[in-house]
Write a protein that binds this ligand. Structure first.
Ligand SMILES: C[S@@+](CC[C@H](N)C(=O)[O-])C[C@H]1O[C@@H](n2cnc3c(N)ncnc32)[C@H](O)[C@@H]1O
Length: 210
């Protein structure tokens, strides 16, 4: 079950960010449920970092539901950021959310953003060109006693071989196995972590504590 990365032609490999936003905002709670369940349990507020935020659908949900947070979104794609800014303004949470443009591999950019109580990323890891570098940046961005959680799809055989070329199935083929994640975390020098695989085993949550 060889990993099949997304094609190289765009930074994001999402060809139509507006379409992405429209399709995903309606089903946000369902899409993020395993992540939200985990987040509620941690009871963390303060400063959050969202890496590979896309148009910030999750950040808006969080900013609307948690009073005491500020969220910095890191996103390389300008169009995603433009759509996100509009959405954030419409939701009235622009005082709690800010964007920084660039990839998570940009260690200088990431270091310039400060330190965070919680760094997270959702459905983005399988897009990163240098995942080990992004994991290092994320780890460095959290404060002492801070936490990071990287939530993404898992490459599972029953979806991998499904005869379809939809974005979702292609993302499953581009996603990582637990063994690969462990190897990456080792390369990134991250030792204190857990990999949780919630039912129905289509995702992983890498939970890192400092
Ligand atoms: C499938 S979208 C997920 C967006 C959002 N996190 C969500 O859950 O809806 C993947 C996002 O990762 C971003 N991305 C791709 N490569 C990246 C990188 N190296 N660093 C940070 N973000 C990246 C893409 O631009 C895209 O917005």
């Amino acid at each position: 079950m060889k990993r099949i990365p997304h094609s190289e032609e765009a930074i994001t490999t999402i060809h139509d960010p507006e379409d992405y936003y429209q399709r995903h905002k309606e089903k946000a709670v369902k899409r993020f449920r395993p992540f939200l369940k985990w987040l509620i349990k941690t009871k963390r507020c303060g400063e959050y970092l969202d890496v590979g935020s896309g148009p910030g659908i999750l950040a808006v949900l969080l900013a609307q539901s948690i009073s005491d947070i500020q969220i910095t979104l890191v996103e390389p794609d300008l169009q995603m950021i433009q759509i996100g800014k509009r959405h954030i303004k419409e939701a009235g949470v622009e005082k709690k959310v800010r964007f920084a443009q660039g990839p998570g591999e940009n260690r200088d950019l990431m270091a310039s953003l400060g330190k965070f109580d919680l760094a997270y990323s959702t459905y983005s890891l399988h897009h990163w060109k240098q995942p080990v570098e992004v994991l290092k940046s994320i780890y460095e961005s959290i404060r002492e006693n801070g936490m990071a959680v990287v939530f993404d799809l898992k490459r599972v055989w029953w979806m991998y071989y499904y005869p379809s070329k939809t974005g979702f199935i292609n993302s499953i083929r581009a996603a990582y196995t637990k063994k690969e994640l462990k190897h990456m975390l080792k390369q990134a020098g991250i030792e204190r972590y857990q990999i949780v695989t919630p039912f129905p085993w289509l995702w992983h949550l890498i939970v890192v504590e400092k």
